[in-house]
Design a binder for this molecule. Structure first.
Ligand code: SF4
Length: 355
């Protein structure tokens, strides 16, 4: 009690075992404390509300699909009862007697790896964003039935190319959106124009994300407090580009290199074929339209590097999205994957653009 009295903002988590004398004591700190009751059986109550109240008899099933099979060992008893001839499909995050018994295991992403909604222990619906990318072939629990439905030709919607993996929940308290910052290096504006070419789909995207900064808005730099996704277009050509790339890397969780220039140098890397000096002379002194040419030279300008490279040569990149430029659909694919808590390390072939 002394500890609670001394705390500036106490949070008290209590369960059914709380005695009346203890409850009376805690009431004294009620005005400034936050109380969280441990309500048991939240999942059971929700299942009943959805009409899922019929008990099954595992011994009588010829096929059994067990979703979310990680319930504290309670389902291990089910595993023991399943008939030997039954075909058992299990969706689970962890190994258990159920996964041992299963004929087919569908690996499920853990809570830390999936976005979605959940009801907390005091009955409040909340939204969650994935903190880690899902590992291996695991997927969010809501995504697996969708994928199965599509395979079975049931026309199940499941995951779409549009970024709507998280529905807004009734009474939802948390409205945080995924923060995205973009910047450009040695680039034409083509990649950013393609991003803008998402047109009205940007409106839908903005239900889930906030663009904190970009080269085409007043706020140019990613916030010091950081963003989830940093998007960089353009190649590393001069010292200023290196600075911008390091700043974005330091302030984002996932860095996306967008466009051929960002991926491997692209058209900007043509300078490597002739050398920096020759390229500068040709561009600023020798073009047919140049009169009194002058090679720019100011301490405020970045100095050309000996060679042009992709961004991955100077900072760690999490996702490469090549193309000159990538199509708006390709941006949407990457954003929707990240929103769903997945990092598309290898892009599906339809999202590779070679021209
Ligand atoms: S990849 Fe193409 S569109 Fe994108 S910045 Fe480079 S040249 Fe421009």
């Amino acid at each position: 009690m002394d500890l609670i009295q001394a705390a500036a903002k106490p949070v008290i988590i209590y369960g059914a075992g709380l005695k009346k004398s203890e409850a009376d004591l805690l009431r004294k700190v009620e005005p400034r404390a936050r109380f969280i009751p441990l309500v048991s059986g939240v999942n059971t109550v929700t299942a009943a509300a959805l009409g899922l109240i019929n008990r099954i008899n595992p011994t009588a099933c010829s096929t059994l699909f067990i979703a979310a099979a990680d319930e504290n060992g309670a389902l291990d008893q089910v595993a023991a009862q399943i008939g030997r001839a039954a075909f058992v499909i299990v969706m689970a995050c962890y190994a258990s007697p159920l996964t041992e018994r299963a004929d087919l295991v569908l690996p499920m992403a853990t809570w830390l790896e999936r976005s979605g909604g959940f009801t907390n222990t005091d009955g409040t619906p909340l939204r969650a964003h994935a903190a880690l990318p899902a590992s291996g072939q695991s997927r969010s629990d809501w995504d697996i039935p969708g994928a199965l439905g599509r395979k079975a030709g049931a026309g199940c919607r499941g995951r779409q190319s549009r970024p709507a993996p998280v529905r807004r929940l009734k009474g939802e308290r948390t409205m945080s959106k995924v923060l995205i910052a973009t910047d450009w290096l040695a680039a034409c504006a083509g990649c950013h124009m393609s991003l803008l070419d998402m047109d009205e789909r940007i409106v839908e995207l903005l239900n889930h994300v906030t663009f904190t900064s970009s080269p085409v808005t007043d706020l140019k730099h990613p916030p010091e407090s950081g963003v989830t996704v940093g998007v960089l277009t353009g190649a590393i050509s001069n010292t200023h580009n290196v600075e911008v790339a390091h700043r974005m890397r330091a302030r984002c969780t996932y860095l996306v290199a967008v466009g051929d220039c960002a991926t491997f140098g692209g058209i900007v890397a043509a300078r490597n074929l002739v050398g920096t000096e020759a390229a500068l002379k040709r561009a600023y002194l020798e073009t047919e339209s140049t009169v009194d040419g002058l090679i720019p030279d100011s301490p405020e300008l970045g100095r050309p590097l000996p060679a042009v490279t992709g961004i991955g040569e100077v900072v760690k990149v999490d996702i490469f999205l090549p193309g000159c430029p990538p199509r708006p659909d390709d941006f949407l694919y990457v954003f929707s994957e990240v929103l769903a808590g997945r990092i598309p390390v290898v892009l599906p072939s339809q999202h590779f653009r070679y021209d």
